[in-house]
Structures are given as C-alpha cells and as structure tokens.
Write a new protein. Structure first.
Length: 198
C-alpha cells in the first residue's frame, strides 16, 4: 500500500494499457463528509426535539454508529426515520460536497485510455446523484455500489467487482481512503503496491 497525499499523487509509470483503475467515491473522488453531516443534523432535528449538540468533526465521518453513540436512547422507529430523512436531505446539500481535484484529474485523464470503475460502499442513488452533480458519471466504464449478502453480511466490494468483471486482481490499481477497505483490497488479491491510500 502506498500512503499518499494529493500533492504526491504521480502514478503515470504504474498505469499500463491493460491497467484497470478502481475508485472509491466518498473521501476519495469527492469529499462528502460535511454534506453528510448536514443531512444527518437536519434529519435529527426533524425527528426529535433535543438539546444534543452534534458537532462537525472533519476527522470522522458521521454515520449510523455515530448517531447511536451521540443519541443512545433513540427508538428503532426514530433511528430508521432519521436514516430515511438523511438520505432525502442529502440532495439539498450537494453544494457542500467538494471534488478531490487531483484524484478527479487522474480519473478524467485515464477514462479515455483505461477501464475506470467506481467501487464504493455508497448506495447507488446517492452515488449517482453526487457523480452527476460533479459531472463525473460518464467517466466510469462500470459501477459497483453497496451490496449485502445473505443475512445482511458485508460483501467485499473489490472481490465482487473483480469477480463480476472477470479480471485479474494484479491488473487493478485502487484509489481508496478507508483502512478497512484497504484490507478488503488486499484480501481480494490486489497487489499492495497498487493500492493508493489517500
């Protein structure tokens, strides 16, 4: 795995004509954390009247686990309603998302010469909404969105994409920003030097 920041991202020598580029979305191509936080905040305020102050933490994405931790006494009905409203609110917050310019530049450049694949744990409708907003949807040759297996277990998104595409993991370069996803990439057979951790 190569840990890089955006100013160091120079991978031209790694990409061959048969290289396939896998891009994560949230935090990799587009910074969606603040929009996600605002969507949750509005949903929480709509469902419950609370004095709980939900601070934005730029180092940690607000998610379902954060919601349960911040407001532990939510009923299951309140929890589900907040999640539903959060998804609806997201559309209003698209202007709060920010393109990660250097990664997007790599996507734009190599979408003309290589297979570029969105491999994300984001739900399909939110991912497409975000990509459309940033005019990136047509830069991908394939899409793999959040999926669950039997009994709601998590599916390794990289293994799933590799299997569906019928490709060798050795041909894949991954752009990813989450440590647990890096483990999934390694478990899917992607070479450690082909994983760019942003």
């Amino acid at each position: 795995m190569i840990k890089v920041n955006e100013t160091q991202l120079d991978i031209g020598e790694k990409i061959k004509p048969d290289t396939i580029l896998f891009f994560d979305m949230d935090g990799t191509i587009v910074d969606t954390d603040f929009a996600n936080y605002l969507s949750y905040k509005k949903a929480i305020q709509s469902v419950i009247l609370t004095d709980t102050v939900i601070e934005y933490n730029p180092k940690e994405r607000f998610n379902r686990a954060s919601l349960k931790k911040t407001i532990p006494n939510l009923t299951e009905t309140e929890f589900e309603k907040i999640i539903h409203l959060k998804e609806k609110n997201y559309k209003e917050q698209l202007s709060q998302t920010k393109l990660k310019k250097l990664v997007a530049k790599i996507l734009l450049h190599y979408s003309n010469t290589n297979e570029t694949v969105l491999v994300t744990n984001c739900r399909e409708d939110r991912a497409i909404l975000t990509l459309n907003y940033h005019e990136l949807t047509d830069k991908f040759s394939n899409f793999f969105f959040k999926q669950f297996g039997n009994n709601n277990e998590k599916i390794n998104k990289f293994h799933n994409a590799i299997q569906c595409l019928g490709i060798s993991p050795k041909l894949v370069i991954v752009f990813e920003n989450e440590e647990d996803a890096i483990e999934d990439a390694l478990n899917a057979g992607i070479l450690i030097d082909n994983i760019l951790f942003l």
